[in-house]
Design a protein around this ligand. Structure first.
Ligand code: MN
Length: 318
């Protein structure tokens, strides 16, 4: 599978209400190694790093495969595993052992440091979903690592089905703990439906189209694309000509420049270098099992070594 990095990554337009809409094109990224699957990445990309605190959107499947990701570290972020189909077993260094299932929020807070593994059952199974990351604001990025599972109750709304897994939408509030104002919801629209949602005008939003022929705030958005909507929008209208499934993400602009490298989020090159050194020394070389990243409990196998750092200094992005 090719990685068409030279493709244009954006289309800029403006709706009749003056809200900017940017159509973010996915690029195929082969994850390689143990995961051995392709994902469609719409965030980050050259033209956009963040939507509120959302900083990473990988969309994958439906594909019959086996996910097998050995223990690896994270810092300064929360991960959201959201499945449309499949079954993944999560283990982490805080001692959590959880099943990741469709329609359930699995929110892992890395904070100052966590490690975890993600493995699907022994036989290849149908996997379809999204892996999302949230950058923690500077004031909370050293928080204690944790993991939470929450099963939202789907709500009927103007003929569509809305599952709010983070934040507040359509009168429903998720109890999941986040550290900046955010929204995350799955929207299912039957063919011929049009819905109008009241949204926070202080937020920027992104709508990832999993499937369907849809128009988002007047802009036709193809499947696998992410429509970005600038702040200032009070109502979001989505129209589906065919059955559609979408993820609506939003948040208050983070207003901070972050450095993302491998599985780490930090604020500068030297901090990322330190995280990498600690992972290699404490976990890969078994120097200090009670260090920043701890030990994944009951994982049968070796943890994932960090790749080499690039020869240039990592630069912050906002
Ligand atoms: Mn991970």
């Amino acid at each position: 599978m090719s990685n068409p990095e030279t493709n244009p990554s954006e289309v800029l337009c403006e709706t009749q209400h003056g809200v900017g809409v940017q159509l973010l094109t996915p690029r195929e990224v082969p994850l390689g190694g143990p995961r051995a699957m392709n994902v469609r990445r719409t965030l980050p990309q050259r033209s956009r790093s963040l939507i509120g605190g959302w900083c990473f959107v990988d969309h994958y499947g439906p594909e019959t495969t086996r996910m097998h990701v050995p223990p690896h570290p994270h810092t300064g972020l929360q991960t959201v595993s959201w499945l449309f189909a499949g079954d993944i077993e999560h283990r982490d260094s805080v001692g959590n052992h959880a099943a990741v299932r469709p329609g359930e929020l699995n929110l892992m807070t890395a904070g100052r440091g966590i490690s975890h593994s993600e493995v699907s059952p022994a036989e290849p199974t149908l996997l379809h979903g999204a892996q999302l990351w949230i950058a923690l604001p500077n004031t909370h990025r050293d928080t204690a690592p944790s993991f939470e599972n929450y099963v939202p109750t789907p709500l009927d709304y103007q003929g569509a089905t809305v599952s709010v897994f983070i934040g507040e939408l359509a009168g429903v509030t998720s109890p999941a703990r986040v550290f900046s104002p955010l929204l995350g919801a799955q929207l299912d629209l039957p063919a011929g439906t049009s819905i109008t949602l009241a949204v926070n005008a202080g937020f920027e939003h992104g709508v990832l189209v999993d499937a369907g022929d849809v128009t988002i705030a007047d802009v036709a958005t193809p499947a696998d694309h992410l429509a970005y909507l600038s702040p200032g929008l009070a109502e979001l209208t989505i129209t589906a000509a065919t059955d559609a499934r979408l993820l609506l993400l939003g948040g208050e602009p983070l207003g901070e420049a972050i450095v993302m490298w491998w599985n780490f989020i930090g604020r500068g090159h030297d901090e990322i270098v330190r995280f990498r050194e600690q992972w290699q020394a404490d976990v890969i070389e078994r120097g200090n099992p009670s260090g920043r990243f701890g030990t994944v409990v009951n994982f049968d196998g070796q943890p994932l070594p960090a790749p080499e750092l690039p020869t240039i200094r990592l630069k912050p992005r906002d």
